[in-house]
Design a protein around this ligand. Structure first.
Ligand SMILES: *Cc1c(COP(=O)(O)O)cnc(C)c1O
Length: 522
């Protein structure tokens, strides 16, 4: 067994770009900003952290052709080395447990520990999707109760619980819309999507086989209703509208949009990723919406990011409910809960468009989401929306004198405050502000999105930040912006106090290093 490069590790301090400002330390560590090589660079052949039994000489009969011909090239490490390796790597990371994650369009809020405790109960954590229904009645009851809350909070007729993320929920909604048109014997080809939409909206519509047409925005950052009406025809399967939208504004004409779309036989899909701003205050079902995904990992505080499990239940109007995907939970005649699968579809769901997932959905997210809902109650959820909106407006009004806020005149914002770099001196941009925030100890806000605003900075504080926490963030944001306003060239070097300096993004795109070959400079 040989590690590819057992001794060749060199600390790679400083930027991947050209200028190096920091004095070098021999270790590569800078104070408590710790460097860490790959485990392959740390380990060496023959070292081992555990005593393992010798393998059986005789392999299970018939499987000998699957045996390795040579040892795997795994690095040998002691237990302390393994623990330090991952602890040091984890210290390079920034997460919601360290500080605010002010990413607009993401609703990154605190994940209450109570949720984690409940999700780890063996009756939820240790079950298998293929277990007989009678042994998982409690888990099915959680799914049923959560479904009931989502229906009541949105004022819709039904909910499909199996989609595994927001984007997956969008696909579910569009497949319901297509099934409804198919059932009516119609073949529609176009889906309308506003210019400010999250990229998943047009991507989903295209993936579902529709032609995507963009709806322009008005100067105040909302859907242009007149332009939308002009684009409506018997070819339009539906529209996808985000409400509150990605400029952080409420689409006030949602009902008129819905009426116009329904008048030509289309359906209204609402991207509900920003539901945090209106939960408990406004019911999408009252606005003529036919389908909307809810990101449990945003609004309902389940963990989020890093590609971990999300969950994107889709609430449906009466018109679309019959087409919802399999499987779903239902209470049968004897009072027990069961999952309706293909075998029973003819009886319980004859018009279902089919199945999107192998199993029912994300049990862990369902338990976390329901724990969050029950611990807040209906009044608490309303307060979530009010506090989230208050916090975003606090940030907006605290910075609009120093930083351009393109829609500040459009009234109060919803859950997120939108700024742009248009008021900064030449040579200073959104990227400088984002990198400067890292030096201040904050995760940057969402940058360069939505695309309708040049140099956008989208800040979503959420309700879980205290006034003191917001004041600290505002102080730091203002400090970084002031450095830009003063044309302080040192801001171009930010971040300085981070494990990695500013990356050369052009080079990263042009010459990506996709395979590690043991030679860091190769
Ligand atoms: C997060 C988000 C999505 C996508 O949700 P995922 O769960 O990440 O797939 C879609 N639209 C908007 C506006 C979002 O913020």
């Amino acid at each position: 067994m040989s590690a590819p490069n057992p001794s060749g590790w060199q600390p790679s301090l400083g930027s991947m770009g050209s200028e190096s400002v920091e004095p070098m330390t021999a270790s590569g560590d800078r104070g408590l900003m710790l460097e860490e090589p790959l485990s392959f660079e740390l380990g060496s052949a023959g070292k081992c952290g555990v005593d393992m039994d010798e393998p059986d000489e005789a392999p299970v009969s018939g499987l000998s052709s699957f045996l390795r011909e040579c040892a795997p090239e795994l690095p040998g490490l002691t237990e302390p080395e393994v623990i330090r390796h991952y602890s040091r790597l984890s210290r390079m990371n920034y997460g919601i447990d360290l500080g605010p994650f002010p990413l607009g369009s993401c609703t990154m809020k605190h994940n209450p520990r109570l949720n984690e405790k409940v999700a780890r109960l063996p009756g939820f954590a240790d079950i298998h999707p293929l277990q007989p229904h009678e042994t998982v009645q409690g888990a099915l009851d959680v799914i049923e109760q959560l479904a009931d809350w989502l229906i009541r909070l949105t004022g819709m007729a039904a909910v499909a619980m199996s989609p595994k993320a927001g984007a997956h929920g969008e696909l579910c909604g569009l497949l319901c819309i297509r099934a409804a048109h198919d059932a009516a014997g119609e073949r529609r080809t176009v889906v309308l999507v506003p210019e400010s939409a999250h990229g998943t909206n047009p991507a989903t519509a295209a993936f579902a086989g529709y032609k995507v047409e963009a709806i322009p925005a008005t100067p105040d950052g909302r859907v242009d209703l007149a332009a939308l009406k002009e684009q409506l025809s018997a070819d339009v399967a539906g529209v996808m509208i985000t409400n509150p939208n990605t400029c952080g504004l409420l689409e006030r004409e949602m009902k008129a949009i819905g009426d116009a779309v329904h008048a030509v036989g289309g359906y209204v899909y609402c991207d509900g990723a920003n539901f945090n701003a209106i939960v408990g205050k406004l019911r999408p079902g009252d606005l003529g919406i036919d389908a909307m995904h809810i990101n449990l990992h945003k609004t309902f505080s389940t963990p989020h990011g890093g590609g971990g499990p999300g969950s994107g239940p889709v609430v449906l109007s009466e018109a679309l409910a019959p087409f919802a995907p399999l499987p779903f939970v239902t209470r049968v005649a004897d009072g027990t809960l069961r999952l309706i699968e293909e075998g029973e579809a003819a009886e319980h769901a004859p018009e279902s468009f089919g199945r999107m997932t192998a199993f029912h959905g994300q049990m862990g997210m369902f338990t976390r989401g329901l724990a969050y809902i029950l611990s807040h109650g209906a009044d608490g959820l309303k307060q979530v929306a009010e506090d989230a909106v208050l916090n975003a407006n606090y940030v907006l009004r605290a910075c609009e004198d120093l930083l351009d806020a393109p829609f500040a005149q459009s009234g109060p914002c919803m859950h997120e405050a939108l700024f742009s770099d248009s008021s900064l001196p030449d040579g200073f941009s959104t990227l400088d502000i984002a990198k400067g925030l890292i030096d201040e100890g904050f995760h940057p806000m969402t940058v360069y999105f939505p695309l309708v605003v040049k140099g956008a900075m989208l800040v979503e504080p959420t309700e879980t930040e205290s006034k003191m926490g917001l004041d600290r963030f505002i102080l730091s944001l203002r400090n970084v912006v002031q450095r830009a306003v003063n044309a302080d060239e040192s801001l171009h070097s930010a971040p300085v106090f981070a494990p990695r300096r500013r990356l050369d993004e052009t080079q990263a795109a042009r010459k990506p290093v996709l395979v590690w070959n043991g030679d860091r400079d190769g």
